[in-house]
Design a protein around this ligand. Structure first.
Ligand code: ZN
Length: 453
């Protein structure tokens, strides 16, 4: 007892599946390194490593949205024709919305989005009290799209995980305030939490099938030609138009940049609340909706942060484990293992993997940890063994970093030195440490399940 829970590599690393040929390096790495497994065309199972990454993402989203005043709900994935007819979208959604009949011949669909269902929910609760407004409801749930040509794994899968949020305000002015506040939350999630600020491209966009007043798309660069944004090399403006001929600011001709959309926000106005009776004092409520493609963030960020198919890179905060401790056979039952894990867990709250695959050489296991992009790699091998007779035993430390394929050798250090090294790495790269609370919770949840040894 005591000490943090250690996750054992023998149990957790379920790699070895062969990836099909794909233009997406991220997709191949997710399969080969044991994060996901294809089940059928456009469908994937999440293996324990992949599920851990998704769980971490969801914790960040829960924490950020709940801190902003939003409340989490759970709505059915199945919608009725009756409901979708009220906004005339049953037909308008086209063939990507999968429709089917139950045994009583009721017409149903697997919802690709939930404006109708969430607005109907508010409609049933209407009239709301003034103190309840604005109300922001979100869910993180599976969505289905009958994609004609599913490709690149989780990037364009038929079933996918989305965070979708719907806000209802008294009037347009109040709604715009909500839109602005949540836009700031998005900037914090992608910028501070996921550290994508330098790569995030936010463009004003067309509202499309959702209708409404204003909308923004969030993109990151991608090696796949799934989508494009226009970039003006003259004045540095990003934009998105169907057929851009010149930059709206300086009239130079823009360049196309391959990208992938990871999130979208809309100020919708009253279209849905009018149709579905979401009202305050007889007036329809003013709506916004906010989406984040949760499962798509895996391939999108891996594609962005990995420079070689030899080493997968994710944002540090959603790496499956914060650290791995690689132990030489003769040290497996030595107290140094527990001392090291206690030291590591002082600041690293995102889980520690114990590499107990003693039949593999430490060198081979460092290589594998680098492949998985685990940020801190700790080795207890010959150097540690020799140092055990001294007052201050040492461990060997390596780190991995986004946009770099090789582990960085940080040398040997005592456990005290290691704790301050970890601290400096974390404090050095973040201006505030609010995001660490999220991982504290993850650590706490793991501890409740009890130690695993
Ligand atoms: Zn320009």
């Amino acid at each position: 007892m005591g000490g943090p829970m250690l996750h054992k590599a023998k149990k957790w690393i379920l790699s070895g599946a062969t990836a099909p040929a794909s233009k997406s390096v991220a997709h191949r790495m997710l399969i080969e390194n044991g994060f996901i497994l294809p089940t059928a065309k456009g469908f994937y199972s999440l293996l324990p490593l992949g599920q851990r990454v998704i769980d971490k993402l969801c914790r960040i989203l829960d924490s950020e949205f709940q801190n902003s005043g939003a409340m989490k709900v759970g709505m059915p994935i199945v919608g009725t024709k009756q409901l979708w007819d009220r906004t005339r979208r049953w037909e308008a959604m086209g063939s990507e919305m999968l429709k089917f009949e139950d045994r009583q011949k009721a017409q149903l669909c697997l919802q690709p989005t939930a404006e109708e269902m969430c607005t109907d929910l508010i409609g049933q609760l209407s009239p709301l009290k003034k103190a309840q407004l604005p109300v922001m409801l979100y869910q993180i749930g599976e969505k289905f799209r009958d994609e004609m040509n599913p490709r690149f794994g989780l990037m364009r899968a038929r079933q996918f995980l989305m965070k979708d949020m719907y806000s209802f305000a008294l009037d347009s002015e109040s709604s715009q305030k909500t839109y602005h506040n949540i836009s700031n939350v998005y900037d914090r999630i992608f910028g501070e939490q996921l550290q994508l600020a330098d790569d995030l491209i936010k463009v004003q966009a067309d509202s499309g099938i959702h209708g409404g007043h204003i909308s923004h798309e969030y993109h990151v660069r991608s090696s796949l030609e799934e989508d494009f944004v226009d970039y003006c090399t003259q004045c540095g403006t990003f934009s998105k138009e169907e057929t851009p001929k010149m930059c709206s600011r300086c009239s130079a001709s823009p360049q196309k940049i391959a990208s992938v959309e990871i999130a979208h926000t809309f100020h919708l106005g009253t279209k849905y609340s009018e149709a579905l009776g979401a009202k305050f004092q007889g007036k329809p409520l003013d709506m916004c909706c906010f989406g984040i493609g949760v499962s798509r963030l895996l391939p999108a960020t891996i594609d962005l942060l990995s420079v070689s198919d030899k080493a997968l890179r994710l944002p540090r905060v959603i790496s499956p484990f914060d650290a791995v401790i690689i132990v030489k056979k003769s040290l497996m039952s030595n107290v140094i293992v527990e001392m090291t894990s206690s030291s590591a867990s002082r600041y690293l709250k995102g889980g520690i993997l114990l590499d107990d695959r003693i039949e593999m050489s430490p060198g081979k296991r460092i290589h594998e940890a680098n492949r998985l992009g685990i940020p801190f790699i700790i080795v207890l091998a010959n150097e540690t063994e020799r140092s055990l007779v001294t007052q201050e035993p040492v461990i060997e430390v390596f780190t991995t970093h986004p946009k770099s394929a090789d582990p960085v050798d940080q040398g040997s250090m005592t456990l005290d030195r290691f704790v301050s090294f970890v601290q400096s790495q974390l404090y050095g790269s973040y201006s505030n440490l609010d995001h660490l609370h999220v991982l504290d919770e993850l650590g706490a949840a793991a501890d409740e399940n009890g130690p695993q040894k």
